[in-house]
Ligand binder design. Structure first.
Ligand code: AMP
Length: 285
């Protein structure tokens, strides 16, 4: 079995129109490829919700901050297509660059507030790139629902806000982070870690889970965060760009877990920038 691949908006719309004529629900799973179990979990969640699942693979130049990171991003479309066929996806949309950014392209979708801090601060312009491409993918596909990973928790909030603000009739579904057995959040960038770095990388999630447990039992965030930052630095991470306790709903900073919260971090390990986040149970004494 293989998965049909389309590369133009016209072909995508043609396929979706045929499904619509049969009154089938259509789900979208946007990715940048180099697929792993995390992506496949989104595909499976989409298959359980909709009768037809489109996966998109587009390495979006507008969401990269450095040309080197863009150039180094893994591109493995053949393997990806085989994985998608195995998972049961119905269509792979791997657009040509000109289908997303035609000659003279001049529009940017920019979401304020939720995109300004954390990733937004350290990767200026990143979320404009994400919001613009995801808005286009929603409008090109006309999907009923779209699946995103909590691995990129801030991105999820940016996408939700964008769809709501622009009245795009798509339901955004969040899926839990898939981790390796040692706790490391799966990521296409993990392939760029050296064997030694790969062995150290799980410390990031370990530190986050330990700190989250302390905050869930009522500890103030500030000392716990300072200790967690030191633990990461001791384990060879650096710089630790941010390590913050935020409201899950609004991403507003919190001094303790007085409402459902999330602990989010970005840290470099050698040449690779890792991000992760964990839930912090509400502590309401
Ligand atoms: P990417 O290809 O990295 O842009 O990711 C595409 C989608 O897969 C995004 O919604 C990510 O949040 C999601 N994703 C990436 N890694 C994971 C993971 N380990 N667990 C769950 N979802 C993930």
């Amino acid at each position: 079995m293989s998965v049909p691949v389309v590369r133009t908006v016209a072909e995508l719309r043609y396929a979706v129109a045929a499904w619509r004529a049969e009154r089938l629900q259509v789900a979208l799973v946007p990715t940048m490829g180099a697929l792993h179990e995390g992506h496949l979990s989104l595909v499976r969640a989409a298959l359980s919700r909709a009768e037809r699942v489109i996966v998109t693979i587009f390495v979006n130049p507008k969401q990269f901050n450095s040309p080197a990171d863009l150039a180094a991003y893994p591109r493995t479309e053949e393997t990806d297509a085989a994985m998608l066929a195995g998972a049961g996806a119905h269509l792979l949309y791997a657009p040509l660059a000109g289908e997303i950014y035609p000659e003279g392209f001049s529009t940017t979708v920019s979401v304020a507030s939720v995109s300004e801090e954390m990733e937004g601060r350290f990767r200026p312009g990143h979320f404009d790139g994400v919001a613009t491409v995801v808005a286009k993918l929603f409008l090109q596909s006309g999907a009923d629902c779209a699946f995103f990973g909590e691995k990129d928790f801030q991105q999820l909030q940016v996408v939700r806000r964008m769809a709501r603000d622009l009245d795009i009739p798509v339901e955004i579904v969040a899926c839990p982070t898939i981790r390796e057995r040692n706790g490391l959040a799966m990521s296409s960038r993990n392939a760029r870690l050296s064997p030694q770095e790969h062995a150290r990388a799980p410390r990031l999630s370990e530190v986050l889970f330990e700190a989250a447990a302390k905050m869930a039992s009522g500890a103030d965030a500030q000392p716990v965060l300072a200790q967690a930052r030191r633990a990461l630095e001791d384990a060879g991470f650096g710089p630790v760009e941010y390590l913050e306790l935020r409201s899950s709903a609004s991403l507003a900073p919190l001094t303790r877990a007085s409402e459902p919260a999330r602990l989010l971090a970005a840290a470099w390990l050698g040449q690779v920038r890792l991000i992760d986040n964990v839930e912090v149970a509400e502590n309401d004494p």
